[in-house]
Ligand binder design. Structure first.
Ligand SMILES: NC(=O)c1ccc[n+]([C@@H]2O[C@H](COP(=O)([O-])OP(=O)(O)OC[C@H]3O[C@@H](n4cnc5c(N)ncnc54)[C@H](OP(=O)(O)O)[C@@H]3O)[C@@H](O)[C@H]2O)c1
Ligand SMILES: *[C@@H]1O[C@H](CO)[C@@H](O)[C@H](O)[C@H]1NC(C)=O
Ligand SMILES: *[C@@H]1O[C@H](CO)[C@@H](O)[C@H](O)[C@H]1NC(C)=O
Ligand SMILES: *[C@@H]1O[C@H](CO)[C@@H](O)[C@H](O)[C@H]1NC(C)=O
Ligand SMILES: *[C@@H]1O[C@H](CO)[C@@H](O)[C@H](O)[C@H]1NC(C)=O
Length: 336
């Protein structure tokens, strides 16, 4: 009798989270849940700064992804593609409530969080996002004319307001380091649910991982392929033709990028691989029908070199710059 009752409850809990997608869902500390893998949409930089998004360049990939079983899309005000992301979601035919939509607060809009989110929602043509992230603790003046020093504790109050208004179901942070998260946790009303940072085979983020686990914060892994496809010799292995990773790919009849993504999913971090190619989009989510052994996970963990692919050292004179200082900072990709 008790067993029947318990199993009905259990089935009920699963049914609540049915979204028709391929990824299982990871619980968040605010009672909601996030799909275990999503689509990244940042197209990167060219010689003029953030690359301009062309006709349907992001809209079509978003639609392909949702049709292929993705249920999470990662965008940001700074990517200049929110209109296309919203259009892609609508064109997919997947109901809005089955899609977990993530956007981010740009570094020059942190004095008016709710106003900035309203503008994102207008571009997305949606009434709420599932997750709103502070894109970075590094802040600029609204006209981009230089740094505007804003304490992220003040920005966080705006994030809490956005959640209370129902404009963001969950709130979180991106590119924060451990001491910044500690300070935030000691001074907030609502805890962040998610931290989005770079995690991949080259950059395990072991300390952050343990810290976030202890404090109930889920890590979203950006740049999940690390240096897998790098053509330069500097970044550490593995490349896509690495014998160890190829061996695992052959064992499971998978590709090396699928092994890299499965590794992250099994660690309990949420990767957001970016692709604008239909076949690669479909392949990147096809990682939920096999499981690496504990020994294989340990073998893959040994690739860690604490090496960052995304290393915005051009921000290092900002007081809230989260990373290591270097002797010669890289040129500013954003061009101010
Ligand atoms: N919060 C932050 O500050 C932050 C920073 C960086 C990134 N992000 C987010 O994380 C997402 C992913 O990171 P990312 O774009 O830096 O790097 P990534 O997803 O690790 O790598 C993307 C690159 O891999 C290629 N690719 C994708 N799937 C492939 C496959 N199966 N085989 C071969 N090549 C493949 C893509 O090319 P094609 O498109 O041609 O397939 C693209 O060149 C971003 O799009 C963005 O949403 C957030
Ligand atoms: C944001 O939008 C909400 C709901 O549409 C509205 O009530 C609020 O006044 C707006 N706030 C700002 C700061 O624009
Ligand atoms: C906004 O979304 C609604 C459906 O929710 C749709 O009817 C309308 O055409 C969309 N507007 C734009 C500008 O895409
Ligand atoms: C291996 O994977 C490919 C592509 O996903 C599939 O078409 C093929 O049937 C698989 N082979 C086996 C033996 O499962
Ligand atoms: C974390 O960020 C703070 C700025 O808020 C900085 O002073 C500190 O050095 C950073 N910690 C590490 C380990 O980089």
């Amino acid at each position: 009798m008790l067993l029947v009752f318990v199993s009905i409850l259990f089935v009920g809990a699963l049914a609540d989270e049915k979204d028709g997608g391929l990824a299982f869902r990871v619980p968040l500390n605010d009672g909601t849940s996030i799909p275990a893998l999503g689509l990244g949409t940042f197209l990167g930089f060219d010689e003029n700064g953030v690359k301009e998004v062309e006709d349907q360049e992001v809209e079509l990939p978003v639609t392909w992804a949702l049709k292929a079983g993705y249920r999470m899309i990662d965008t940001a005000a700074a990517y200049n593609n929110e209109e296309q992301v919203g259009a892609g979601v609508r064109a997919s035919g997947v109901p809005r409530e089955h899609v977990f939509l993530v956007t981010k607060l740009a570094s020059h809009e942190q004095r008016d969080v709710v106003g900035a989110l309203n503008k994102s929602l207008e571009r997305l043509n949606m009434s709420y996002v599932d997750l709103y992230l502070i894109h970075t603790p590094v802040t600029y003046k609204p006209d981009h004319s230089g740094y505007d020093i804003i304490d992220y504790l003040d920005t966080w109050k705006g994030m809490e307001e956005a959640k209370k208004l129902g404009l963001a179901k969950s709130i979180g942070i991106s590119n924060f380091n451990i001491s910044q998260i500690e300070r935030l946790l000691a001074n907030c009303e609502i805890k962040p649910s998610v931290l989005q940072v770079e995690v991949n085979l080259n950059l395990a983020q072991n300390k952050l991982f343990d810290y976030c686990k202890t404090h109930g914060i889920v890590i979203m892994a950006y740049t999940p392929f690390g240096s897998l496809f790098s053509k330069e010799s500097g970044p550490p292995p593995p490349r896509a033709d690495d014998p160890t990773v190829v061996g695992l790919a052959q064992k499971y009849n998978k590709s090396t990028p699928q092994i890299a993504l499965r590794y992250l999913v099994q660690r309990g971090v949420v990767p957001i691989p970016k692709s604008v190619n239909k076949d690669r989009i479909e392949s990147n989510i096809n990682v939920f029908d096999f499981k690496l052994t504990d020994e294989e996970m340990e073998t893959l963990a040994k690739f860690n070199k604490d090496y960052r692919v995304v290393f915005p050292s051009f921000w290092q004179d900002h007081p809230y710059y989260p990373y290591e200082q270097v002797a010669v900072p890289a040129p500013d990709l954003f061009k101010g």
